[in-house]
Design a protein around this ligand. Structure first.
Ligand code: BMA
Length: 318
């Protein structure tokens, strides 16, 4: 009997996980993980995969599949950092999140630009995942785990991100009139303290999901233990018109490392998601995630069930 298996999970793993690994790459690489994801207008699933080479430097590669599960076609070159690598990502590009900006007719890619100054959040726009328009660093080091909201709210763009401050690693929101100048920074979700699954360090997982009840956020929480860290996923809900306002936060995590491809790898006990696609019914969530900083895996759930769960498992501070 597998004592770790429990019923009733909100996210069901694809039985043939992992769906992409280093062995799928056309040349030798160390690990393939933490992809951004988007469904293109023709129905193709595009993953922007973080590929770590054997120097330790990550770059972002496009992989496409008709069914979002297998038969991936991988571009011959990375899209980022690319040949003309700016100094702020001299140590690579990591953990991309992709959002379609209807107003601009472009995809926004927020990613971690890594350099000796530390990890920073950078923004690039693209229409076709071939050519990029780099807008550069959005928020300076040390900051990561960022995604835009897909549309302006009261005239402003919004970006969720995770700076390291004197308080710790919490989720913040910043606003911009033009995607270049960012301000009105405010903390919107605080890491807990003590033994909680989401104590000390939290961060956005994939971009937020717009629902009638609010912006549904999947976030990661890091539990520190004597044996190392455990990266898990939980849920929160933010106000549609005032996205700095957290309406609900789940008490428990909903998805954590269980299978060998999540428990054993370069960094053990990690599930880390940067992207999803939504099925034609508007409710099925295909969550792509990195397992143990080594593999790409897929789990599927329903947005409606997640909202329902959140209403029944709300955290209220003691
Ligand atoms: C975070 C990010 C992720 C990584 C995770 C676990 O800080 O750097 O890329 O998956 O740590 O190592």
């Amino acid at each position: 009997m597998d004592y770790r298996k429990r019923p009733g999970s909100l996210l069901k793993r694809y039985p043939k996980n992992p769906i992409l690994t280093a062995a799928d790459w056309p040349h030798t690489v160390n690990a393939v993980f933490n992809p951004g994801a988007v469904r293109l207008p023709d129905g193709t699933t595009l993953l922007l995969c973080r590929v770590e080479d054997q120097r330790g430097i990550s770059s972002l590669w496009v992989a496409r599949s008709e069914n979002g599960i297998d038969a991936w076609v991988i571009d011959p070159e990375p899209i980022l950092p690319g040949k003309l690598c700016p100094t702020e990502e001299i140590w690579g590009a990591e953990d991309p999140r992709i959002v379609w900006l209807e107003e601009l007719g472009k995809y926004a890619i927020t990613y971690t630009a890594y350099s000796p100054a530390g990890p920073a959040v950078s923004l690039a726009l693209t229409k076709d995942f071939k050519k990029l328009e780099r807008l550069g660093v959005v928020v300076p080091p040390e900051d990561k785990d960022a995604a835009l909201l897909p549309r302006r709210i009261h005239g402003r763009w919004n970006v969720f991100h995770r700076p390291i401050t004197a308080l710790g690693a919490d989720i913040w929101l910043s606003e911009s009139p033009d995607l270049h100048y960012w301000g009105k920074h405010q903390m919107v979700l605080e890491a807990k303290r003590g033994p909680w699954w989401d104590a000390n360090k939290i961060g956005l997982a994939p971009p937020l999901i717009e629902t009638e009840q609010g912006w549904l956020m999947i976030y990661h929480g890091v539990r520190w233990t004597a044996a190392g860290c455990i990266y898990r996923l939980g849920l929160a809900l933010f106000d549609l018109e005032q996205p700095s306002r957290c309406l609900l936060r789940g008490t428990e995590w909903i998805f954590g490392p269980r299978e060998s491809y999540e428990r054993i790898g370069d960094v053990s006990d990690v599930v880390f998601s940067c992207g999803y696609t939504i099925g034609d019914n508007g409710d099925t969530l295909n969550l792509y995630y990195g397992g143990a900083d080594s593999y790409i895996a897929l789990a599927t759930g329903r947005i409606s069930e997640m909202l329902d769960w959140l209403g029944k498992h709300r955290f209220s501070p003691a």
